[in-house]
Design a protein around this ligand. Sequence first.
Ligand SMILES: [Zn+2]
Length: 266
Amino acid sequence: MRYIEPHAHMVSRTTDDYEKLALAGCEALCEPAFWAGFDRSSADGFYDYFRQLTEYEPRRAARFGIKHFCWLCINPKEADDPGFAREVMALIPDFIKKENVLGIGEIGLNKNTRSELQIFEEHVQIALDYDLPILIHTPHLEDKLKGTKLIIDSLNSFSKLDHSKVIIDHVEEHTVKLVMDAGFWAGMTLYPESKCTPNRAIDILETYGTDRIWMNSACDWGISDPMAVPKCALEMKRRKHTAAQIDKIVYENPLTFLKQSPRFSL
Ligand SMILES: [Zn+2]
């Protein structure tokens, strides 16, 4: 099997995990900038993090024949202080032209605050200014539906935004249709404890179709599984999805979305 892992936080992962991904058929992975399990004390912490995403992780991945790409932003969890957020965003122009940077992400909302929304919209404008795609994080649990609606309303206010260059991630049964109907791509995150299990993700594919949707493991600092995508592909096979149908979800769809960034290539 070949696949693309479109959303993985490899800074939280061991080199052994890269080997496992490669053995499972992973050809490329994409790492959005996010919370690293702790609040950084200054913008300098993000400067080092952006170097890790653009210089060190690509080299670690290359040892296993995996191409590493990343997305840049200040994540919504640390973006609730607009002054601090803007200090971090001021670093983006120094990094945005690096060869593995795909676009702006994962921006979005965490607690659906006014400040988070303001910083979200400033990030969307950066993506428009550089004509790059956007990867969006939606809040957890009880905040997800409200946050997804706020995000879609906000995106609709940008008249120049091409919806096919935006992916809204962590969709679940109650948000996937909203996202797809508005013309955006949808991402499903496979988690052992929260978000989607493989069987819930496959139910969503069988209900809403397989266009403009991908799945990812996120594999961050918390309880998560870097092997979630190949495990879900195996479950699809067990549920009688054909090899071509599986390839579309785990390879062709991510390829179609990601190659909208001029930096993505395999
Ligand atoms: Zn993430």
